[in-house]
Design a protein around this ligand. Structure first.
Ligand SMILES: *[C@@H]1O[C@H](CO)[C@@H](O)[C@H](O)[C@H]1NC(C)=O
Ligand SMILES: *[C@@H]1O[C@H](CO)[C@@H](O)[C@H](O)[C@H]1NC(C)=O
Length: 240
């Protein structure tokens, strides 16, 4: 009984927090830099991710990647110790920010290291760090209908994407300089909304292709996927 009352109270608090948090004017969505897909493309070129890792493309969605303490921000440098847990992925359609027409399409997130073991000597490149499917577009508005009264818990139950290749945290070896860790989001080329039968690379090194520089581009082509969003960070071992 007490527990029930507490839940109801918590729902009530959540409801009022949401109501009082309604912005008076339009708030920018996330970082300014990541809200502009042209900026994303420019930064990918500056870091030579285009064309080394992926062919030139103009992203159509923006991608936020957040670990518990840090976020990816198009080429910021983060310490490996902050990258240990699988990050939270948020995919926005800035042209349709409230997600009202969000399609049922699901996306694929990947993480690759083209600088293994180092950018000067990428003989293990690329290293596959993560492939996960069933990533959905995020809906940006919070409903102000009294949904919390029906079940505040529902806000927290959305499960993460489904792993095809488990998240392996970046672990740049000592004395190998800064590595680029590149997140790319893909969509099926034919726009299908059916679940995809994605291939799992045989190996992380070279994404299982057995060839130096074999990587996410080869895997995406094989699985008939096209890139739609990206973000990246730099990370290095503290022993240099
Ligand atoms: C994605 O979700 C669908 C439907 O729930 C499921 O059939 C499919 O196996 C999932 N994909 C992966 C890679 O787990
Ligand atoms: C769309 O492409 C996927 C591979 O990405 C394939 O499995 C599927 O059969 C294709 N669907 C149609 C309708 O062509």
């Amino acid at each position: 009984m007490l527990a029930k009352t507490c839940t109801a109270l918590a729902s009530l608090q959540l409801f009022f927090r949401i109501v009082t948090a309604i912005p008076i004017k339009q708030q920018p969505l996330g970082h300014i830099a990541s809200s502009n897909v042209q900026t994303v493309r420019d930064e990918l070129k500056k870091a030579e991710i285009i064309p080394t890792v992926i062919d030139d493309f103009l992203p159509s969605l923006t991608l936020s990647v957040s670990w518990s303490k840090k976020d990816a921000d198009l080429g910021n440098t983060l310490k490996p110790k902050h990258l240990q847990d699988e990050p939270t992925i948020t995919l926005h359609d800035d042209t349709n920010p409230d997600g009202s027409a969000a399609s049922e399409m699901t996306y694929i997130i990947t993480l690759t290291d083209p600088d293994a073991p180092s950018r000067d000597n990428p003989e293990w490149s690329e290293m596959c760090h993560w492939i996960a499917a069933n990533v959905s577009l995020s809906q940006m508005t919070i409903s102000i209908l009294p949904i919390p009264f029906l079940g505040a818990k529902e806000y927290g139950t959305k499960s993460g994407p489904d792993d095809v290749m488990e998240y392996k945290p970046p672990g740049p070896p000592p004395k190998t300089g800064k590595h680029r860790y590149v997140f790319l989001v893909f969509a099926p080329k034919n726009g299908t909304m059916e679940p995809l039968d994605l291939s799992k690379p045989k190996d992380r090194q070279h994404w299982g292709t057995g060839e130096e520089r074999g990587g996410v581009k080869d895997w995406a082509e094989k699985n008939e996927l096209v890139p739609v969003a990206a973000n990246f960070i730099y990370s290095k071992n503290k022993k240099q």
